[in-house]
Ligand binder design. Structure first.
Ligand code: UFG
Length: 332
């Protein structure tokens, strides 16, 4: 049985869906601070070869909460998403990030070791690289985070290395670039409050709701002056987690992989695909740069392709269409 921490959140829930489709039985652990019970209920109702066996509401900051999960279920492997992930918030309140993300993970690892569980797939981030010195960014790029959020994820990667040395705990760290889109049947999707990400924010200005999309910065040194990001579809991303589990199951060593498409799109390009997909003229205001945004972040994804056999298949348009279908559902 697989334990998925943060399984009620955006990426976690899509990963649970992929695991169920691949015949895994899943236990979801989530404190529901950012995740949603409705998402858990949807996942529980899904008829697939695997099942959501249990949902346990608990907080990784409380050691006994997570220890109890291992007492109740025979967990073989963990996929770990539970974390705070807002860069701006992390700069205002680093303590919140270190306490939740780092200390919470240490509690999880302690419980794993106590129970002889030695495999984990971890949700890491491109934010561990910091300001790029070259692009596309491969896994050998120096890791020098420029905000506490990225710092917490890098610390966890390093802690996992120590757990490998001391306890033979094998980890796969998946460094996500910009995750986008939703389940193609709109059963689950991105649901953040407040929403800070580009695509859902553009889509929020549709449906005639009178909101104007705020575009941050048009004076970057890029093709059209706006920031370039690598938008990776959430279903493609989820598939990589299933492959990472196979890799560990076959005796794979601790490893780390970028998850992106090898392609960048500017904010203006994303905006125009959103207009095309929705068929709407979306109101936009040009704003100054948002603090801490690097001009270009694009992944070199060759390693994940080669070692895991991962092939991202969906286009930016696919991601925006599925995000739109989900946003319509959410706005009702
Ligand atoms: N943007 C806007 N308007 C908005 C929201 C975003 O113009 O309303 C712009 C941003 O300024 C940026 C781009 O759209 O140029 C992408 O911004 P996102 O907030 O969607 O994503 P980020 O690239 O800032 O952050 C993402 C993840 C982080 C992770 C980071 C790693 O959300 O968790 O990638 O590179 F740390």
């Amino acid at each position: 049985m697989i334990l998925v921490t943060g399984g009620a959140g955006y990426v976690g829930s899509h990963c649970v869906l992929a695991l169920l489709g691949n015949g895994y039985d899943v236990v979801i652990f989530d404190n529901l601070e950012l995740g949603h019970i409705e998402t858990v209920e949807t996942l529980k109702s899904i008829q697939a070869s695997g099942k959501v066996i249990d949902f346990i509401q608990g907080d990784l900051k409380n050691l006994s909460d997570i220890q109890n999960v291992f007492k109740k279920h025979e967990i073989e492997v963990v996929v770990h998403f539970a974390a705070y992930s807002q860069v701006a918030e992390s700069m205002k309140n680093p303590q919140k990030y270190f306490s939740n993300n780092v200390d919470g993970t240490v509690n999880l690892l302690k419980s794993m070791i106590e129970n002889g569980v030695k495999r984990i797939v971890f949700s890491s981030t491109a934010a561990t690289y910091g300001e790029p010195i070259y692009t596309p960014i491969d896994e050998n790029h120096p890791q020098k985070p420029i905000n506490p959020y990225g710092e917490t994820k890098l610390k966890i990667e390093k802690i996992m290395d120590e757990y490998d040395k001391s306890f033979n705990l094998k980890s796969v760290r998946l460094r996500y670039f910009n995750v986008a889109g939703a389940d193609n049947r709109a059963r689950i999707g991105e649901w953040h409050e407040p929403e800070t990400h580009l695509i859902p924010n553009i889509l929020k200005s549709t449906f005639g709701c009178g909101k104007t999309f705020q575009m941050f910065g048009t004076d970057y040194d890029t093709i059209d002056g706006t920031c370039v990001r690598d938008y990776i579809n959430v279903e493609d991303l989820a598939k990589a987690h299933v492959l990472a589990l196979d890799y560990l199951e076959k005796g794979g060593e601790t490893n780390f992989f970028n998850l992106g498409t090898n392609n960048g799109n500017s904010v203006k390009e994303v905006f125009s695909v959103c207009e095309k997909v929705t068929g709407e003229k979306i109101p936009v205001d040009i704003q100054p740069r948002r603090e801490g945004d690097p001009a270009i972040l694009v992944a070199d994804n060759q390693k994940a392709k080669k070692v895991l056999g991962w092939v991202p298949e969906k286009t930016l348009e696919d991601s925006i269409l599925s995000a739109y279908n989900w946003a319509k559902k959410l706005s009702k």
